[in-house]
Design a protein. Structure first.
Lengths: 390, 292
């Protein structure tokens, strides 16, 4: 999908040379249409053999009985060693204690920040806890005035709020993922913290579209912290002027008290049930999971690999911007693994936006979220109840 | 009888195509709207349950639906008269004898219709930008405060309307221009001889002669504007605060994003009934206007 779909074609010749008799046909999809197309392909019996799947989509395709369980194949595999993978990332592919995907690359969110602006406010290290972060944001606001902001939390993205919510101990969904758990004390603390960042003028109540060019504005110092993902390492290197290249870097997320968790995002390689060439397809997955191939894949795309071995060799060892990701990866948690999650996450964003605009209090927003999640999960609830009865 | 049979033979291919590609899918969608078809049903048809009118009842109880309906009506009620008014105004300007460079203006004013929506939306997003946009620059030069066009829920719909009207008025303009050119010059000569002012010529000659064209344009525009989707989809993604989510947008999200084809079909049929009713009222009104 997207860039990965283009780049992976350059790895095909080597695979075909070392695996005679197997021919790989790569079909690229744009990310924006991938989800729809895969569902339609599945409905029309035209699913691929192997596919890259955003790991939050795995539960959905498992619910469709579209994916092959991989436990036996992994157990017999000489190349794929589960303990070499970051635990949080591996876990996103496990449902009902069965494995349905092998992590291909990871995508987690953490802080990108302006080191120079932070230093001029009197701080020489990034925040480790929410308390420290608030202190820094307050100091920067005092220096920057009303037209400069400490942090950009785009209101059209659910990820910044979601990663802060995942840092709490309480799960976001309760009762086997059949009910919302947004009225828990932990989530309310997160939401209150998030809304407060806007109320105090530390974050502008904007969407990405309003900021027209994130990189320009970051360069101008319109905001100093930005919660985003690994693809922006390349973008920041490319788009920020040379004079600013020394003054930005990345840092792991601060948590409620000390270093916090982030989301275990990324893409997995999955094997479709309907495939007639599963053994050959599995060899392709194993090939792509080899550390040296992942290393090459990283060089080609900038995508971060899910295996510790790959991190310990090649270009990643000396990469100062990737270092924070390496640390963060030891503290990543999956989003709730239910097929309805993407929709609930969207509601999370919409309700939080209303809270930021002062239309709902934190308590009201949490109650509203639970109500919406319960409505979205109604069918799952009744199906699970049915299954347990029979 | 033989001629009738021949006629049927000739229209049969077209009817078959319409039947297979229009009526069948519509009937299937109607059936779907009484079910709870979703990804669980896609996985296993045994998970498909008959829902009766529950999709409709739940839809009518959802605040999001009424919000979307309100937004759509706002867009139609403000956008349609504005759009037709501007089309008529520019058509008249292009028709008057004093206008210079007519072919140039005709092309320039029609150009937005044939530009790609996504590309022009990107340009308009820059024009609407709070801090760097030309629109706020223009406001500033009149001493007015900057407006957060796409970020403030009170201004997002007006911004969408401005963009949609700009994008669409050229089409109606060309139709109305053709209508204007079809009005015999003698009628104006006679009116002038009777001493009618320009305004009275417009009201008593131009409008009645243009009425059939105006009716058609109004019906097509209302039907088109009820189906608002692409503009907010590319400009605002329905935001801020859901202020630009239209009924069709809701249906898209429900059906293609979340794969709840049952409730998405219900949205589609509610919109269909609504548009059917509005067009019916319009037709009666237009007919009465024509016979008066």
């Amino acid at each position: 999908m997207g860039r990965e779909g283009e780049v992976v074609t350059t790895l095909v010749p080597e695979f075909e040379r070392t695996h005679p008799g197997i021919h790989i046909e790569v079909q690229g999809l744009p990310w924006s249409a991938a989800h729809e197309k895969l569902l339609t392909a599945f409905a029309g019996d035209a699913a691929p053999d192997v596919c890259q799947l955003g790991n939050t989509w795995v539960p959905e395709f498992v619910a469709l009985h579209a994916l092959e369980a991989l436990d036996d194949r992994v157990r017999g595999s000489p190349t794929i060693d589960p303990s070499d993978y970051f635990a949080g990332i591996w876990d996103t592919n496990v449902l009902d204690s069965k494995l349905y995907g092998v992590p291909w690359y990871i995508d987690t969110r953490l802080l990108f920040y302006r080191r120079d602006l932070l230093a001029s406010a009197g701080f020489d290290a990034p925040p480790r806890s929410w308390g420290e972060w608030e202190q820094m944001l307050g100091a920067m606001k005092a220096r920057g005035g009303p037209d400069r902001f400490g942090v950009l939390l785009p209101l059209n993205e659910f990820e910044p709020l979601l990663v802060l919510a995942l840092q709490q101990d309480e799960p976001l969904l309760a009762d086997d993922g059949t009910r919302g758990n947004f009225e828990s004390a932990g989530f309310k603390r997160t939401l209150a913290f998030y809304v407060d960042l806007f109320r105090r003028g530390y974050a502008p109540p904007l969407t990405n579209a309003d900021v027209s060019n994130i990189w320009n504005e970051f360069g101008r110092g319109y905001f100093s912290f930005y919660i985003t993902g690994p693809w922006n390492i390349g973008e920041f290197k490319r788009r920020l002027p040379p004079a600013l290249q020394g003054s930005w870097t990345t840092a792991p997320l601060p948590g409620p008290s000390g270093p916090g968790a982030s989301i275990a995002g990324g893409s997995s390689l999955v094997l479709f049930n309907a495939s007639h060439v599963k053994d050959a397809a599995w060899q392709w997955i194993e090939f792509l999971s080899r550390p040296e191939i992942q290393s090459r894949f990283h060089d080609l795309t900038g995508d971060l690999p899910p295996r510790r071995t790959t991190w310990n060799e090649g270009a990643l060892v000396g990469d100062v911007y990737a270092r924070a990701f390496r640390e963060q990866l030891e503290r990543v948690k999956p989003a709730p693994k239910v097929p309805e999650w993407e929709r609930i996450a969207t509601e999370l964003r919409l309700v939080a936006e209303r809270a930021v605009h002062g239309q709902l209090t934190v308590d009201q927003a949490a109650a509203e979220l639970d109500a919406r999640a319960d409505r979205i999960l109604a069918k799952r609830r009744s199906l699970l109840a049915q299954r347990s009865r029979s | 009888v033989r001629r009738q049979r021949a006629a049927w033979a000739f229209v049969a291919p077209a009817l078959a195509v319409i039947g297979v590609f229009f009526f069948l899918p519509v009937l299937a969608a109607l059936a779907l709207s009484f079910s709870d078809f979703d990804i669980y049903a896609l996985a296993d048809l045994r998970n498909l349950r008959f829902a009766g009118v529950r999709n409709y009842v739940e839809l009518l109880q959802r605040a999001e639906f009424w919000n979307a309906l309100g937004n759509t009506l706002y867009f139609v009620i403000v956008g349609v008269p504005l759009s037709i008014g501007i089309s008529l105004g520019t058509a008249i300007l292009l028709h008057t004898r004093v206008t210079l460079l007519k072919p140039f203006f005709r092309t320039a004013l029609f150009a937005p219709v044939v530009t790609t929506l996504v590309a022009s939306a990107v340009v308009w997003r820059y024009l609407f930008n709070t801090r760097y946009g030309w629109l706020n620059y223009a406001l500033g030069s009149f001493g007015l405060a900057a407006i957060d066009w796409l970020g403030n829920p009170h201004f997002s719909m007006p911004a969408i309307i401005v963009f949609a009207v700009w994008k669409n008025f050229g089409y109606n303009m060309v139709i109305l221009l053709a209508g204007l050119q079809g009005i015999p010059e003698e009628l104006y000569e006679a009116a002038r001889m009777d001493g009618a002012s320009a305004w009275r010529q417009f009201v008593y000659v131009t409008l009645p002669m243009l009425w059939p064209m105006l009716s058609m344009v109004a019906i097509l525009t209302v039907a088109g504007y009820f189906q608002l989707f692409a503009e907010p989809y590319v400009m605002t993604q329905g935001g801020p605060l859901q202020s630009t989510v239209s009924v069709l947008y809701l249906m898209y999200d429900e059906g293609f994003k979340w794969w709840n084809l049952g409730s998405a079909s219900a949205v589609a049929f509610v919109l269909f009934v609504l548009m059917f009713a509005v067009t019916g009222v319009q037709l009666r009104f237009m007919r009465r206007g024509a016979t008066r």
